[in-house]
Ligand binder design. Structure first.
Ligand code: PDD
Length: 288
């Protein structure tokens, strides 16, 4: 029988079943906290610095201080990943404003953050399935206006994703004032006439780490990249549509609102950039 996985909670490594937090934790009562998801390939964290920078930016945005130094975080990941150096994992980090003495909307003057991290497997089979192409629907974005914060308050995202699932779709592409911003748990790219287009960073979307890498790789491949708003019409008439995230990588959308995107197959530019993304991961795996 394999040992129960260890998770990190408030400075200690404990068995998952032993990791408990107070019912007064503001994360539980108010979703008062932020999170990160960091892919790890053969024990090597993917863009760790960028993920930690975004974690600290999210904390700052909700008026919290960094909970640990980058080196301390790196040590936590190393310990969590000790027994997973061969397989691909994702590390989930969550930081909340901790437990007060009662339920009070007012931010406490002093708080003790709750800091949690665990790892789970990235399943290669589901990535292979995604590479065949996914279907998506467009939905109006019902979330708040501070989507650049990686907040644990994900009910909007979850209910949007569920509407997609109800219609046998993998993702929902969100529209705000007639413009497509991102997916319910992913960033958006379209290809039109050989150009790769993605909405600029703003309060309406999460500054995705995968998004940044895709832009870098596409630029290296000589593909012209533009950051500009994408209207609903431009989305509906795109040559290719991609959705990106740390755990799902680059998803080619082959059907949108029940209609095929171009010929209903993953596109040529997707194949090219997806190939260089795989090479990037392989290089990381080989790093000493
Ligand atoms: N979500 N936009 C939203 C709303 C997201 O939830 C995510 C990722 C992204 C992509 O960001 P990145 O490339 O840094 O993963 C964009 C994670 C994976 C999640 O909630 O599990």
């Amino acid at each position: 029988m394999s040992a129960e996985p260890k998770v990190f909670l408030n400075g200690e490594f404990v068995a998952l079943s032993q990791a408990t937090v107070s019912v007064l934790d503001r994360g539980f009562l108010f979703a008062d906290g932020v999170y990160e998801v960091i892919p790890v390939y053969a024990g090597k964290p993917f863009r760790l610095q960028q993920h930690l920078d975004r974690l600290n930016a999210s904390l700052k945005a909700i008026r919290m201080a960094p909970v640990m130094s980058d080196t301390q975080w790196a040590d936590v990941l190393t310990t969590l990943l000790q027994s997973h150096t061969q397989s691909d994992q994702s590390v989930y980090i969550q930081v909340t404003r901790g437990a007060g003495s009662n339920r009070d909307h007012q931010l406490p003057e002093h708080y003790q953050a709750t800091t949690f991290a665990m790892c789970q497997s990235i399943v290669a089979d589901s990535l292979n399935l995604i590479a065949k192409g996914i279907n998506a629907i467009t939905l109006d974005d019902i979330r708040w206006d501070w989507c650049h914060i990686k907040s644990i308050a994900l009910l909007g995202n979850i209910l949007l994703k569920q509407q997609a699932t109800d219609q046998q779709c993998t993702e929902a592409i969100l529209l705000r004032d007639g413009f497509a911003t991102e997916g319910s748990a992913s960033n958006l790219f379209i290809v039109k006439n050989g150009q790769l287009i993605t909405p600029p960073k703003s309060h309406y979307l999460l500054p995705g780490i995968t998004r940044d890498l895709v832009l870098e790789l596409a630029t290296q491949e000589g593909i012209p990249c533009i950051e500009r708003e994408i209207s609903e019409q431009q989305l509906l008439t795109a040559d290719e549509i991609w959705l990106t995230s740390s755990t799902k990588e680059i998803m080619p959308v082959i059907e949108l609102n029940r209609r095929p995107v171009s010929n209903g197959q993953p596109g040529a530019l997707w194949r090219q950039v997806s190939h260089s993304y795989s090479q990037f991961k392989d290089q990381l795996r080989r790093q000493k």
